[in-house]
Design a protein around this ligand. Structure first.
Ligand code: SAM
Length: 481
């Protein structure tokens, strides 16, 4: 039976409830009166300088997803953009993945690290190698990482992951520093989540891959990841272990997207109902070509239009949750999705173990083919040229504004007063320390324009920010609001 407050996977992601939702959505996909009511409910309301959004239930959002009316689709896109601008402004947070180890005991059929792949070289970074990778990442200008690892209790036990986190935080090279380490490792125990929290991680990210239990079990035929309930209930254990920023995700292409979308929102509703805080981020990866993986072998691939609609509806349904788009996607696709609600992008990613210290992008241990292969400098410039503020900010997490504290900041629209200036501060650091001459020139003009927008609207922020930017020019670093 469906119960969003249950701690049992099959009750909070209840198969019958997903099917009922899809049936309801199909029956109402041309009910324009209902559809317009749903869109109206999702619209932001402004009270003084504060902005509020109600979001949508999985049922409401599924009706919008089922609707094929072109006019409604445009309304969905417009609303997604309006919500994005209300809560996130033009900021886009930038991060990079760091692959620690591709040893893996699981049999995930879409991933080249599966344990039946006997020809892929297996590699695990030593602490010296972690250090070299981090220095290479710092030298590009990165401040936020997402560490990635296969699941292997012998080669990559939790102690190894903790040691790597420790090493990453300890490296201060020139003006560089990694200020936030997010972690994408396999589902684990409450005790291990507690250890990760104590090690100072940012978000714990775990993709569900698919919410459809029967497909899940076929796609993960062997290894600990085969256990659907253990995997699906991981976020509850993470929260029990004290991690209050968790990141959900579906690997699109494995199952029918309408099923995944409804279930993903049910997962978000479950976290909110049980823990009082929804997911910090949602990732939307699509299956990509990799070593022995052919994405065409999966029946449920989605085209770019459907993908854009999913992103826009995610923005509308969970307005306070960040949306992450990786370099699995091309520059063109990323460009479109930035308008529709994406708030975080990876840049200059290498998805191989030890890839950042190589001159050429190595492919032999890559987890997936990288579509957007531009440098970080190019990504930063591209964002600014399209009016986005590239942000390397990590302030909220370092100020203890995580979980519901971050959410309440976001919900009251206060994010504009902190995040906007913080984004400009970290952009200025990037320009001073890492940017090419051309990017620096564009960036300085860009910051000036943004400052002009703040002047007169918020004099206190303007003054403090102007001061901080001057101090950065004088060699100081790491200011934050
Ligand atoms: N081993 C951990 C786990 O089981 O969750 C860490 C995850 S793995 C390093 C990161 C993610 O990459 C996976 O959760 C999966 O969704 C995604 N992935 C795996 N193979 C992929 C492929 N061929 N194309 C795109 N994404 C892929």
């Amino acid at each position: 039976m469906y119960d969003k407050k249950s701690l049992k996977a099959e009750e909070f992601i209840n198969h019958e409830e997903v099917l009922r939702t899809l049936d309801y959505a199909e029956k109402n996909k041309n009910n324009l009166e209902l559809i317009n009511e749903i869109l109206e409910k999702a619209r932001p309301t402004h009270v003084g300088r504060e902005t509020f959004c109600k979001g949508l239930t999985h049922e409401e959002a599924s009706v919008l997803l089922a609707c094929e009316d072109k006019g409604i689709l445009q309304k969905i896109y417009d609303l997604a953009q309006e919500i994005k601008e209300s809560f996130y402004g033009q900021r886009i947070v930038i991060f990079a993945p760091l692959y620690l180890s591709n040893y893996c005991v699981n049999g995930c059929v879409y991933c080249p690290y599966h344990n039946q792949n006997h020809h892929i070289p297996r590699k695990k970074l030593t602490q010296e190698e972690v250090k070299a990778e981090v220095i290479a990442l710092q030298d590009m200008g990165h401040k936020r990482l997402a560490i990635e690892s296969g699941e292997d209790p012998v080669n990559n036990p939790i102690e190894y992951i903790l040691e790597c986190i420790n090493t990453i935080y300890s490296i201060k090279h020139k003006n560089g520093a990694i200020r936030r380490v997010n972690v994408n490792i396999a589902a684990t125990t409450v005790e291990n989540y507690r250890k990760l929290k104590e090690a100072g991680i940012g978000t714990y990210i775990l993709f569900q891959e698919t919410y459809h239990k029967e497909s899940y079990e076929k796609l993960h035929p062997t290894g600990p990841k085969h256990n659907y309930a253990y995997h699906t209930e991981a976020m509850d254990r993470a929260m029990e272990g004290g991690i209050d920023d968790v990141g959900l995700g579906v690997l699109f292409g494995l199952e029918r997207y309408k099923y995944e979308f409804a279930a993903l929102l049910m997962h978000a509703e479950h976290l909110e109902a049980v823990h009082g805080v929804g997911p910090h981020t949602i990732s939307v990866p699509r299956v990509k070509k990799a070593d022995d993986i052919d994405p065409n072998a999966f029946d449920n691939g989605i085209d770019d239009e459907t993908f854009a609609k999913i992103v826009a509806l995610t923005r509308i349904a969970v307005p306070y949750t960040g949306i992450i788009i990786s370099t699995r996607e091309t520059q063109t696709v990323r460009e479109k999705l930035l308008q529709l609600g994406v708030s975080q992008v990876s840049g200059a990613s290498r998805t191989s173990v030890g890839g950042y210290t190589e001159e050429e992008r190595p492919v032999e241990t890559e987890q997936f083919d990288v579509s957007d292969q531009r440098t970080l400098d190019e990504v930063v410039r591209w964002l600014m040229e399209r009016g986005h503020i590239p942000s390397f900010c990590t302030a909220c997490y370092r100020e203890g504004r995580t979980g519901d504290r971050f959410m309440s900041l976001c919900k009251t629209g206060q994010i504009q007063n902190c995040c906007q200036p913080n984004a400009l501060i970290t952009l200025k650091e990037f320009l001073m320390d890492y940017a090419s001459e051309e990017t620096k020139k564009i960036g300085e003009e860009f910051i000036k324009k943004e400052l002009d927008k703040i002047q007169g609207v918020n004099e206190a922020v303007y003054k403090a920010l102007t001061n901080n930017l001057k101090e950065i020019e004088n060699g100081k670093r790491d200011f934050r609001f």
